[in-house]
Design a protein. Structure first.
Lengths: 265, 331
């Protein structure tokens, strides 16, 4: 079985966000970066699947040069191969362009049975790239997956539980499939020292748009249908009123104030 | 591109009725259609959709495109996507709006990728921009930034719409829609996915739709601490939330998590107990109308965004709140 994991480098979720307000882009170079937290679950799910069914794992990441770090980390965790997709022409891609480029890279890798993604990235937060990717590849679309129940290689089928509004949906699908996973599907492991040492030495192969056969004009700023036209900071939320007194007093005061809002019935 | 016209809304339904948040789509859809001088059309896909089509008229759609058939009994991105795309290709809408739900995300992604068009996510603002294209505004990083985007390049324009932002449309049974029935052939054998079962959640955690949320963080200290928070939430008819610290400590299931790696919520009242207010938590709740912070640490950053702050142990304040609310609400 061949598993492809798509991972993205995002600004650290604990860090202050820095925007270039003129260009409407993030100042990624000024911010600490981490593996998208949701992708850690995708990565772990790939490793667990490999342990259970015996599989080859290929991790890919599209992003600037600096994003090689997340692939190095993936390699340290035990994925078999990594490829970085980087090209100046890809900067400013929207979801349409991103899914196009990832699909091209996955086609180049070839013979994928399962493509694993995090359900969304914490920077863009769109949560649609995985589904666009499934559509472009013609693979089964399995989004918001909270559990992979089983994978049957012989009959080329996968059974999963999806977390949707109000409950869980059990879905069976043909392979290949693009599976986007929810937080909590597993507990991501940390790399061990040996893995880190091994990863430090590898040369990460880099693919540009030519290498994957992607048309430059279909990605990046040029290919984007969605353009950022305005970036504003709303007026900061001002601190309100501190209520003081003993428990009895503050309790009564707060109840009074909240009932005044006429929301509580 | 001038042959693209009308504002379309994709309306979700369950067990023969629209889902509650569908009514907001009628509201904002009607407004945009008015601004553009075009019609509001509803796209309804399912099995036995006649009643739903009629209802869509009551809520302001002047036209309803209905795709009916057995393969559409339950939502599946690929089947619904095929139906939606075929109808869109035939009638060329100018703008298509979906709800920002799992279903809306799945369907919009299939349609955007199939029709090679742009998709704006999680809109909290929709208004006319340049060239009669729709300017879509979303909150980024939990409302600390507002990003506006526009698609003047491809049609149809598409966006998913955040819940609880736009006003609901009123029901008016004197209004009627023209119902256009479309047949889309989808053979079960050709479909890649099959829904086997739906397992209803035991605890209903509908944070996104809740008007009131009582939430707990690291300061709650132990799993049992959430019991009184749940009691307060029940008393107020609200939902129970939690910070990442509490979820990662294993005190409460992940479905309750509010924040950057949890749910983004916008209740009318958010009561944060023992939550310090890390950036990633604020990202998920800072646009709440009224924020109450109860924390022992007077320096906790949560107080900077709180409408009302109380420096105290939640263990003492919350029982008092429960008693007092019960008394005042005659519960």
């Amino acid at each position: 079985m061949k598993i492809v994991v798509c991972i993205k480098q995002v600004p650290d979720t604990e860090a202050e966000v820095k925007w270039d307000l003129q260009k409407g882009t993030l100042k990624r170079e000024d911010m600490d970066s981490v593996t998208n937290p949701f992708d850690e679950f995708a990565l772990e799910e790939a490793l667990l699947t490999k342990e259970k069914y015996d599989a080859q794992i290929v991790a890919i990441s599209m992003g600037p040069e600096k994003a090689a770090d997340v692939l190095r980390n993936a390699f340290a965790l035990g994925v078999d191969e990594v490829f970085q997709i980087t090209d100046p022409a890809l900067a400013g891609s929207d979801t349409l362009g991103t899914s196009y480029v990832l699909a091209k890279a996955i086609e180049k890798i070839g013979d994928a049975d399962v493509v694993l993604c995090g359900k969304q990235a914490t920077d863009g937060n769109t949560g649609i790239v995985a589904s666009e990717l499934a559509t472009r590849l013609g693979y089964s679309q399995l989004s918001f997956v909270g559990k992979i129940v089983e994978i049957d290689e012989a009959s080329k089928k996968i059974k999963v539980e999806r977390g949707i509004e109000g409950g869980r949906e059990v879905v069976e699908a043909k392979l290949p499939a693009v599976v986007s996973v929810l937080k909590g599907i597993n507990e991501p492991r940390l790399p061990n020292l040996m893995g880190i040492r091994k990863a430090a030495k590898i040369q990460i192969p880099v693919w540009d748009t030519n290498e994957i056969g992607a048309a430059k004009e279909k990605a990046g700023v040029e290919g984007a249908a969605i353009k950022v036209i305005e970036l504003t900071t709303p007026p900061p939320r001002s601190a309100g009123e501190m209520l003081s007194g003993d428990v009895e007093e503050v309790g009564n005061l707060l109840v009074e104030k909240l009932l005044d809002l006429k929301v509580i019935k | 591109m001038s042959d693209h016209k009308d504002v379309w809304i994709y309306v979700e339904h369950k067990e023969g009725a629209f889902t509650p948040m569908a009514y907001e789509l009628f509201g904002i859809g009607k407004k945009l259609a008015g601004d553009l001088g075009s019609d509001l059309c509803a796209l309804v896909i399912g099995e036995n959709t006649d009643e739903l089509a009629k209802e869509a008229g009551y809520y302001g759609a002047s036209k309803v495109y209905a795709v009916d058939g057995a393969p559409f009994k339950t939502f599946r991105g690929e089947a619904y996507g095929k139906a939606a795309c075929e109808v869109m290709k035939k009638y060329n809408p100018d703008l298509v709006l979906y709800r920002a739900t799992t279903q809306g995300a799945d369907l919009s992604a299939v349609c955007a990728a199939t029709l090679e068009t742009g998709l704006g996510s999680d809109a909290i603002g929709l208004e006319l921009g340049e060239n009669k294209a729709v300017k879509m505004t979303r909150a980024a990083f939990g409302g600390s930034y507002l990003v506006s985007v526009i698609n003047t390049k491809t049609k149809p324009q598409m966006a998913t719409v955040r819940p609880k932002v736009f006003a609901m449309a009123e029901r008016d049974t004197s209004k009627q829609a023209e119902v256009v029935k479309e047949t889309v052939a989808v053979a079960e054998d050709d479909l890649r996915t099959k829904v086997l079962e739906f397992i209803k959640s035991q605890v209903m955690v509908n944070l996104v739709e809740a008007d009131i949320i009582v939430s707990g963080g690291r300061g709650v200290g132990k799993p049992e601490g959430f019991n009184i928070l749940q009691e307060l939430a029940n008393t107020l008819g609200g939902a129970l939330g939690a910070s990442r610290a509490a979820v990662d400590s294993g005190w409460i299931p992940q479905e309750h998590q509010v924040g950057q790696t949890g749910k983004t919520v916008k209740p009318k009242i958010y009561i944060a107990c023992g939550i310090s207010g890390a950036i990633q938590h604020l990202a998920g709740m800072r646009t709440s109308d009224c924020i109450v912070a109860i924390n022992k640490d007077a320096e906790a950053p949560i107080f900077k965004v709180a409408s009302y702050g109380i420096v105290a142990d939640y263990n003492q304040v919350v029982p008092k709140l429960i008693d007092e609310f019960k008394k005042r609400l005659n519960k």
